[in-house]
Design a protein around this ligand. Structure first.
Ligand SMILES: [Zn+2]
Length: 397
């Protein structure tokens, strides 16, 4: 997420991914277009490499006519040249930052000794002249090497559509992943000013059985996701055992699909949490996830299901959605959140009777263990916020 100030309004850059639903012939045209522009990019890259990576206008002088002859329109040709130039700029920056090792290292020599390559399905940027959006009709009109496709249908959530309609700006990228086409659009969204006086905090407990439980009673069960992961895991084992090239390819495809599935789920959960906090004028308290893997004691099969990255992703989605909505967000120390009674604050390991039941040994209160934890997190969140505010506001003399 990139933020920038424009006058007094802070803009947050967000990307919206839209899935295209092309007819068969449209899909063929899109596919051929991506192949053509990326083959052309490889060719331009070769020219840039041979001639010592000249500047954009110089590269344009050597390649533009040939690109037009290959069937690229003026804009597409320009975008291909810019894409190649950007790739070399990025490579240079990576080398300078030491991301490819020291001078003379194997990786660095490999990267420097040949032109940058573009995969046949690499992203291609489209500006407003090559791509226009018809939001009401749910279609785009897009340039291809087979001519302009006037009505390619697209699908996205109602929220994403609103964001696109109100804030889409600049270029969008066309990509293909596992046979599906997507447009990645950039939107500049004005950030809502931070709510400085939250009316309490929503505590969020993250877990495996329940992915997220909030102190306000929302619970995102992990059953479906865990079942899904279990199935994927079985399949992965079978494919790994096979070890063939096609099995490996399928494996990669599967894991990308799984990541998309998790990301979708995390979007839905984070959205629900942030919307609830926004509606009630509350802040959000999350556990500090550093060390979640070592902290949580797990049975072996659960360990397979726990992808710490998916929790970090959920937390980062909550973070940026909260920021957009002006909802205060604090991280709290997770110590004792599952052992402490959220009613009387008594701490005892035995308070947690089973995985799901919390029964306080001191006051006798009983509730769902995750709900108890989320209430503790909410309370801690409020304390963190107040402490932070006291340190922010100078004492009156
Ligand atoms: Zn108690």
């Amino acid at each position: 997420m990139v933020t920038q100030s424009s006058g007094t309004v802070t803009l947050v850059k967000v990307v919206v991914q839209v899935k295209l639903i092309p007819e068969t012939d449209q899909a063929a045209a899109l596919s051929a277009t991506l192949r053509t522009v990326n083959e052309s990019a490889c060719w331009v890259s070769g020219v840039a490499f041979e001639r010592g990576v000249p500047r954009e206008y110089e590269l344009r002088k050597h390649t533009y006519a040939e690109l037009k002859a290959r069937g690229l329109g003026a804009q597409a040709a320009q975008h291909v040249i810019k894409k190649v130039r950007d790739a070399y700029t990025a490579l240079k920056a990576n080398i300078r930052a030491g991301n490819l090792g020291r001078p003379g290292s194997k990786r660095r020599i490999k990267a420097e000794s040949k032109p940058v390559l573009f995969r046949p399905d690499s992203a291609q940027p489209y500006d407003d002249r090559c791509l226009s959006w018809q939001y009401d009709a749910g279609t785009v009109s897009i340039w291809t090497t087979a001519g302009r496709l006037k009505t390619v249908r697209f699908a996205c959530s109602p929220d994403a559509l609103t964001t696109l309609r109100e804030h889409r700006q600049g270029e969008s990228d066309l990509i293909e992943r596992d046979g599906t086409f997507y447009l990645i659009a950039t939107c500049d969204i004005p950030e809502t000013p931070l709510n400085e006086n939250p009316a309490g905090f929503v505590g969020v407990d993250l877990g495996i059985v329940n992915i997220a439980t909030t102190s306000t009673g929302y619970r995102a069960a992990g059953r479906a996701l865990n079942r899904h992961r279990g199935r994927q895991l079985d399949l992965r084992k079978k494919l790994q055992a096979k070890g063939t090239k096609s099995a490996k390819r399928l494996l990669k495809k599967r894991s990308r699909k799984e990541q998309r599935h998790t990301a979708n789920q995390n979007h839905v959960i984070s959205k629900t949490i942030v919307t609830a906090a926004e509606r009630t004028g509350s802040g959000i308290a999350l556990e500090d996830l550093t060390g979640i893997r070592s902290r949580v004691r797990l049975r072996k099969e659960q360990r397979q299901q726990l992808h710490s990255w998916s929790f970090r992703q959920l937390a980062s989605f909550v973070e940026y959605k909260a920021r957009r909505a002006g909802v205060p967000l604090v991280y709290v120390d997770p110590a004792y959140t599952s052992r402490q009674c959220s009613e009387c604050h008594h701490v005892e390991r035995k308070n947690r009777a089973t995985q799901s039941v919390f029964a306080c040994r001191a006051c006798g209160v009983m509730m769902h263990a995750d709900h108890n934890a989320s209430r503790n997190i909410a309370r801690k969140g409020e304390a963190v916020w107040i402490a932070g505010r006291e340190s922010r506001v100078p004492a009156t003399p």
